[in-house]
Design a protein around this ligand. Sequence first.
Ligand code: DQA
Length: 143
Amino acid sequence: MTGKILVIHGPNLNLLGRREPEVYGTATLEELNGGLVAYAKTRGAELRIVQLNAEGAIIEALHEAMTWADGVILNPGAYTHYSLAIYDAVLACGLRTVEVHLSNIYAREEFRRHSVIAPACIGQICGFGPTSYRLALDALLDQ
Ligand code: DQA
């Protein structure tokens, strides 16, 4: 596929580096994004990266991406576990989407072990910190 990719960081991910570093690591969102952009360059991909706390804003970003993006990397944060509106938006936009998580959601609290959004995605990658995003990019570009 051609490589215009929207990256959406969901709620609370603006606090990366300070937020529960034992779970999410010490890299800031800026550092994560810097590494991802550098990697995307080596793969010939073009990224637009947004961090959005509000559910509606994530949905609007998905709608807007229909006009330009080839794929989406989506970390829905806690919306992962209950937002049927984001699930619907992923289906509605028709863009190939990979769900990512920094942490291994299956090794955490019970409520995190289920994603309502993953069934709308081509796949899910979790547990590898910032590398989860790089793997998601590879997955989108290689298929
Ligand atoms: C997260 C996992 C979610 O359960 C949590 O609510 C987050 C971050 C992750 O990247 O590991 O906000 O999506």
